[in-house]
Design a protein around this ligand. Sequence first.
Ligand code: ZN
Length: 420
Amino acid sequence: MYRCRICGNARTTKFLSLGHTPLANSFLRSEQLNASESQFPLNVVLCEQCGLVQLNHVVPPEIMFRNYIYVSSTSRTMPAHFEAYSDAIISRFLKPECDLVVEMGSNDGCLLRAFRNHGIRALGVEPATNLAELANADGVITINDFFCQRVAREIRNREGPAKVVIGNNVLAHIDNLQDLLAGLDVLLLPDGVAVFEVPYLVDLLRNDEFDTVYHEHLSYFSLRPMQRLFESRGMRIFDVERSPVHGGSVRVYFSRTGTGPEPRSSVERLLLLERSEGLHSVETYLAFAGRVEKMKQELTEMLRRLKVSGATIAGYGAPAKGNTLLNYFKIGTDLIDFIVDRSQYKQGMYTPGSHIPVTDVGQLLKQQPDYVLVLAWNFMEEILDQQSEYLNRGGRFIVPIPQPKVVDQSHRAKTSCVQQ
Ligand code: ZN
């Protein structure tokens, strides 16, 4: 029986079932296409006791994170985001050349590089061996492991306590949150600050971003369950900021209760927003699931109609979330000929489950498909900037979320009704 990872409640409510699917980052080489793929259940439940939205099946982290192909530096938007991020943290909390900043899930060292460039001592902890190697090769000292109490002790013994501990898109990936918090307790100075950025449940529900549901994302956070979790460890939230990254995220600042800054009004404001958005009520989640079903129908009908009319359709971006959409909507090579992606790790591979070939972005102009389904919709502005030539030649993008719509040269969003 599944129990809520924050409060232990055994009576969670299931509201979205996305079936059994392969892991969203398990891209295939051509010789693997005929072998059977491991599939795992993908169900989302609400714990009405503490408010945490979560998956009710946990795939062992060793399977998901030891070789990880999401590289932060691949997108042009992310390094700029990290530059602004490090500036904000440094000016508020850090003194160059003495304070230590530790990042868990530090990926290829993209954020820590920005700290290092400002003279801050920076150390990363990254479970993916390939990414830790990339970071270390670039001079960002990175421990190849999962952040936990044991690793925190190791760092403290070697480098001393940390003034700032950061985790971006980490909390959602961790099943054993208590071990992570115990590690934080070991590592953080008495007046230290922990900063966690997570995709925000309010944005997920408002924009119907159901495709951000995949096995690696075990939890879908709002402030209320996070507050409960950290309070159990003597920590409190003292500030929150919303950010547009990853379809809408929230950056949450924690200190030890009683030390550190007084909580700002931003915290109370966001808690009130969560209540007014209906996050405490199961009906909100059932309505969301209903909208996802409608989107599935509209998008697949649109693609089928275009295909029957003789149009060629490609995909833009092969992010993990794209595979949730493709697999749940049952979109395969019958509808999409190929997908382009900037990541060299994915080029030459096939999408898990749907088996669509992934190729380089240059193919868009070489083959000039009539339509391109944008799977990496959170980078839409960047994509429109880079692909003006494709649009100039009459190409059209289909943005699937929140409602399928076509974007053409005029950059104007049209309704989902495609004229033939
Ligand atoms: Zn709970």
